[in-house]
Design a protein around this ligand. Structure first.
Ligand SMILES: Cc1ncc(COP(=O)(O)O)c(C=O)c1O
Length: 338
């Protein structure tokens, strides 16, 4: 089971000229971030000291430093959770990023799936009352759905750890549904990634925000010095930024509208607009569409590995207008697309 769940977009994008599969902003990190990373090379001679980065994250979200856990990319947070918690009933809400389920299974936990039907809105009533660990994405990859923060907060209760994966929240202008600053809901863990919007997946930089006792339990599962000096510099720089993120979020909104307009030209397409830097789409006879597009040099994310989705679903990362046009043309021309 977990082999398929471990499929990632970079696995399918490697041999293609045009990458609409990996849901990271194009072009790599911005110049100001590159400069900070360059400067951090000077710190490689010492063991990493995370205090400044922890303080910066805490300041950004109005949290206490004890509530901050720095991680090697958001993905690591799920592995720490799987080892820090001993859930009797762990629930992963799908379709969603599959790493939480992979991590829980690898740690020996059974996982119950709650599979949301289209349009993939969260139904709090579908979460079993006995669940003592619940993982949900907001906005969700690959559906792009943004759940209301009050619906998520209502899942939290004493005796339950509720994990909200906000890896793509920075693409939502103003982040109105973020729970990163919320300290009241019991057992709430918010996971944030810096690799998507700032285009630094190679640096592995992210963090979790949790009540101090739970944050301590997560930190206890990390090896010493687990977040390296370059990642720490990236974390400090990115959480200190608002301007660049706001610009990228605005540009992403406009580019997503362009991608959707192009997709609407393709006969039979169902596109889920979402709020992130990607769009979930499906079409009749699309079972082999990602392979057909790959033959034309276009990498898209096949979605068969996401519980609740099928061979006919693909995830498309928002790119520039010319790429969107090329994609729509290829979709329309590819056998089975219409
Ligand atoms: C929803 C979601 N959460 C977390 C991650 C992991 O991000 P990171 O690169 O920070 O480990 C991903 C990566 O694809 C993701 O899609």
């Amino acid at each position: 089971v977990t082999d398929l769940l471990r499929l990632h977009a970079d696995d399918v994008a490697r041999d293609c000229d045009v990458d609409l599969a990996v849901n990271v902003a194009a072009g790599g990190p911005p110049p100001w971030l590159r400069e900070r990373l360059q400067a951090a090379l000077a710190r490689l001679g010492a063991y990493p000291d995370e205090r400044a980065a922890v303080a910066a994250v805490a300041r950004r979200h109005g949290r206490r430093p004890e509530e901050v856990v720095l991680v090697n990319g958001a993905a690591q947070a799920f592995w720490l959770l799987a080892h820090a918690c001993a859930p009797r009933v762990a629930v992963c809400v799908h379709p969603s990023f599959t790493e939480p389920e992979v991590a829980l299974r690898a740690a020996g936990h059974d996982v119950r799936r709650v599979i949301l039907p289209p349009p993939y809105a969260l139904d709090a009533g579908a979460i079993p009352g006995e669940a003592d660990l619940v993982v949900v994405g907001n906005p969700t990859n690959p559906t792009g759905v943004l759940h209301p923060r009050h619906t998520l907060a209502a899942l939290c209760r004493p005796g339950r750890v509720t994990v909200v994966d906000e890896a793509f929240m920075s693409f939502v202008p103003g982040e109105p549904e973020s729970l990163a600053a919320a300290v009241d809901p019991p057992g709430l863990v918010v996971v944030r990634s810096l690799t998507k919007l700032y285009a630094i997946p190679g640096a592995r930089a992210g963090y979790a925000l949790a009540p101090a006792a739970l944050a301590g339990a997560l930190r206890d599962q990390r090896p010493s010095w687990s977040v390296n000096a370059l990642a720490l510099a990236a974390i400090e720089a990115c959480v200190g930024d608002r301007t660049y993120a706001a610009r990228v979020a605005g540009e992403t909104e406009a580019a997503r509208a362009d991608l959707l307009a192009q997709l609407r030209q393709v006969p039979g397409v169902i596109a889920h607009p979402g709020v992130a830097n990607f769009v979930l789409a499906a079409g009749p006879g699309w079972a082999a569409i990602s392979e057909a597009l790959a033959e034309r040099g276009l990498a898209v994310r096949p979605c068969r590995s996401f519980p609740g989705l099928t061979d006919e679903h693909i995830r498309l990362t928002v790119r520039d207008a010319a790429t969107h046009r090329a994609l729509a043309r290829a979709l329309a021309e590819t056998a089975g697309a219409g």
